[in-house]
Design a protein around this ligand. Structure first.
Ligand SMILES: [Zn+2]
Length: 459
């Protein structure tokens, strides 16, 4: 039995920060008590902050499917270096995670390479059946993701950005009809439904070539987000489903979500650091590193999102970590694929934003406590408290970090937050009591385990 004693840090507990000793036994926190009260092999973290490990509920590992863009090894190296000890991967890998068999194969692959714990979202296709969702839940899915407006290549088993065409290989995107049909099964399972909230009808009406960033904004208007949220919320409310909105990007989308919450919808909201830190004005400097769906919008949208975090209407900050190769991203605005890496900069960018808001400790709620609740992990992760996994991040509040391409562990080096300077540095990171990162070095390989939401029976 390994007993560790973290001493000297300011510790963020569910009741707020304080000067505590934290003891860990066999990977689990056993006590959080007054200084001098704990025993074990001492880990001196004096002058640092001790925070719960980050949980990024929105990453795209690209694995299996696109090893030139990323894999579970590079994804979780970036996560570990950024203080993220659990990632929850989206199901649009290839083959897509649309069946229990596909989920189990992906879990085996991830287990062989992952440096941090991981969970898996399952895909809803327009052809998905209630039985498939039950099997996916039994196999350990954290919940279900529907990409409104994204077609599915049946031969390649791949989700496509295409809005749909007459190609017989393309299955129609899941729509409000699909969600209404599957809602009773989702309600029965009690798992969250996540949507990519852009209404395809509105996107279709505004399609245009991209010459300037203004074209991007005009092609993906905020109404696409607000309409998708309102329509899906109406279905979710009727069936008492937990609806989670991925990557909210606009003031209008936020307003639609707040109206749905006021009407009684069980709805949680996620936004991403890129929407909180960047606006259209940054495109001139960042170029296609900033191209993503939905797009980074205007300063008024950024203000509304920051305000919603402050009011605790948004409970989750995740990254939509979606790397490509730097060569692919070097194409022009029309052809560069959408997405940016983000998992490595999630925690520090949130600490900095929370510091700007007057309380840096809020970051732990946005990137750890809130995401744990969404993923059904509230009983094991997201807090520094007895009985919880010893997923710990040691942060030095006296050192700064500037996000630079050369420090990035992902395959794609250039991201939307590059150049941002934050007044914190990550010193070391522990996964279930095991050091996985210290002073710029990753220290162990593939020790990650799959996490499953509490309360779902294992088949
Ligand atoms: Zn995504």
């Amino acid at each position: 039995m390994t007993e560790l004693l973290f001493r000297g840090a300011t510790v963020y507990t569910p009741d707020g920060p304080g000067e505590f000793d934290v003891t860990v036994s066999d990977g689990v926190i056993t006590s959080v008590g007054p200084r001098g009260s704990g025993r074990g092999k001492a880990v001196d973290v004096s002058g640092n902050w001790l925070l719960p490990g980050g949980i990024d509920v929105h990453v795209h590992s690209r694995d299996p499917g696109f090893p030139d863009k990323e894999d579970f090894g590079t994804l979780t190296a970036a996560a570990a270096a950024g203080g993220v000890t659990t990632v929850v991967d989206m199901p649009n890998t290839v083959p897509a995670v649309d069946s229990a068999g596909a989920l189990e194969s992906k879990a085996a692959l991830a287990r062989s390479r992952s440096r941090v714990d991981f969970g898996l979202w399952a895909l809803i296709r327009s052809s998905s059946t209630a039985e498939q969702l039950v099997e996916l839940a039994s196999a350990g899915a954290v919940g279900f993701k529907a990409y409104l407006g994204y077609s599915f290549s049946v031969s390649r088993k791949q989700v496509l950005h295409a809005l749909g065409a007459s190609d017989p290989d393309l299955e129609a995107p899941p729509d409000y009809g699909t969600l209404t049909r599957l809602a009773p099964a989702i309600a029965e399972l009690g798992l969250p439904l996540v949507i990519h909230a852009e209404d395809p009808g509105i996107l279709h009406a505004f399609r245009r070539p991209f010459e300037t960033y203004e074209d991007v904004l005009e092609a993906r208007p905020a109404e696409a987000e607000s309409v998708a949220i309102s329509a899906t919320a109406s279905v979710a409310r009727q069936h008492d489903i937990h609806l989670h909105i991925a990557h909210v990007s606009s003031a209008l989308g936020l307003q639609a979500a707040e109206e749905a919450i006021a009407a009684g919808t069980r709805l949680t909201l996620e936004t991403c650091p890129q929407y909180l830190w960047r606006t259209e004005a940054d495109f001139a400097r960042l170029g296609t590193a900033m191209k993503m769906n939905p797009p980074v919008r205007r300063a008024s949208d950024q203000q509304a999102l920051r305000d919603a975090l402050r009011r605790e209407v948004i409970s989750v900050v995740a990254t939509d970590h979606a790397p490509h190769t730097d060569d692919e991203k070097a194409q022009d605005l029309e052809h560069a694929p959408p997405g940016t890496p983000g998992v490595q900069t999630l925690y520090l960018s949130c600490l900095e934003l929370a510091r700007h808001m007057g309380d840096p400790w809020l970051a732990a709620r946005w990137v750890s406590e809130g995401p744990a609740a969404l993923a059904g992990l509230s009983e094991s992760k997201g807090r520094i408290a007895p009985g919880y996994d010893a997923d710990l991040v040691v942060v030095d509040p006296t050192q700064s970090t500037t996000f630079s391409p050369k420090a990035m562990r992902s395959r794609q080096k250039h991201g939307a937050l590059q150049g941002l300077k934050v007044s914190f540095a990550i010193t070391s990171v522990y996964l279930r009591g095991v050091p996985i990162y210290a002073n710029g070095r990753l220290s162990t390989r593939s020790t990650g385990r799959m996490v499953r939401p509490a309360g779902v029976p294992i088949a």
